[in-house]
Design a protein. Structure first.
Length: 367
């Protein structure tokens, strides 16, 4: 659990649930999913004391569900956003072992960058002066954002209101933006993996055998596309509901406009992720089609060569079969130079057919 009291002049961190909110600041309470599951009563009591409201039971169930898609919901006291992250690293296990991680080895052969993307959901409950977030265990996004915020403050870089989140909603959008950017940082590894497969698929003398990994990658890309669509719908619903926000500090047009700008920026980043995922999916599909097309062309070339050889040797077999017939009176066989003449005839027929097929471009490569 990490608790931050955020104001323009100071950012303080504690490891205890807050008992009060100082004037001119708001509180960020970040809990791991397992912690939130065990501390539901304490969290509800804190919300009742500080915000005079509690989480709805259905929203608590959503926060504990690590398979929930991205979506947005609201009540008269708070707004709730569930956003599935796209980050490298471990993945949460199923609900039978809440709070545990399924660690994937990055050095194991066949494990690619797509399999190492964690799509665990992060839940946000946005109150007037409090932001409650429920993360996966050891969430790198939460720790990274908190470290950057604290480091900037201690380095005396937080000298303007533009660098400090001015409300829980603003803080939520900044965290969501970093979650989306986490996938953008993975693009190079994913693109390199698919480029390697494409090179193997299009290699003329190569035999591609990693079909299972390629199929898994295509399925994962399709899954990422669906996740991004849910993310975009959730942020779009949040943006549409900004006019109805009644949080303290959002009464000014300036603050509301800043939230809209940051929401549009998050949507733009999600669009970039969708574009990249769809381009990779299309590239993988095109590579597979080109692979089978090249295989078909090579098969056709082999069959064409065999057909030409068969056509060349067919009349030669006819000649040898003709002279191999067991007739008693066959004048040509008894000639002194009959063998030489037959060999010359067969060579002439073979050479003539080879020359004919060459002129018809039945031999050699495609020209």
């Amino acid at each position: 659990m990490r608790v931050f009291s955020i104001a323009t002049e100071a950012i303080l961190e504690t490891d205890q649930l807050p008992q009060a909110i100082a004037p001119g600041c708001f509180v960020w309470v970040a809990l791991a999913r397992r912690e939130f599951e065990l501390m539901q009563s304490e969290v509800q009591a804190m919300l009742q004391s500080l915000c005079e409201a509690q989480l709805v039971d259905l929203h608590i169930t959503d926060m504990l569900n690590n398979q929930l898609p991205s979506h947005y919901d609201y009540t008269s006291q708070y707004d709730m956003l569930v956003f599935r992250r796209l980050a490298a690293g471990s993945t949460e296990s199923d609900l039978s072992r809440p709070g545990e991680f399924l660690h994937l080895s990055q050095t194991k052969a066949g494990v690619n960058a797509l399999r190492r993307i964690d799509t665990s959901p992060v839940a946000f409950a946005v109150f007037d002066r409090l932001l409650l977030t429920v993360h996966p265990v050891d969430c790198a996004v939460r720790d990274s954002f908190a470290s950057r915020m604290l480091a900037a403050f201690h380095a005396n870089l937080l000298t303007s209101n533009a660098r400090v989140p001015h409300s829980p909603a603003d803080l939520m959008l900044r965290i969501v933006s970093q979650m989306v950017d986490g996938y953008l940082n993975l693009r190079r590894d994913i693109t390199r993996q698919l480029d390697q497969w494409q090179s193997q698929l299009l290699r003329p003398d190569g035999r591609f055998s990693d079909w299972g990994a390629l199929l898994d990658a295509r399925l994962m890309l399709h899954h990422l596309d669906e996740i991004c669509e849910d993310q975009r719908a959730a942020i779009q619903d949040w943006t549409d509901g900004l006019e109805a926000l009644k949080h303290e500090g959002l009464h000014s047009e300036r603050a509301l406009e800043l939230l809209k700008v940051r929401s549009r920026d998050v949507l733009e980043h999600i669009e970039r992720v969708v574009h990249h995922v769809r381009r990779l999916e299309q590239s993988a599909e095109t590579s597979v089609q080109m692979h089978f097309s090249a295989q078909s062309n090579r098969t056709n070339a082999v069959m064409r060569t065999l057909t030409v050889l068969t056509a060349v040797f067919l009349p030669l077999n006819l000649i040898t079969g003709f002279f191999g017939m067991n007739f008693e009176h066959f004048a040509f066989i008894h000639l002194e130079h009959g063998l030489e003449a037959t060999l010359l005839l067969m060579a002439a027929v073979g050479a003539g057919l080879m020359l004919f097929f060459w002129r018809k471009r039945y031999l050699g490569g495609n020209r």
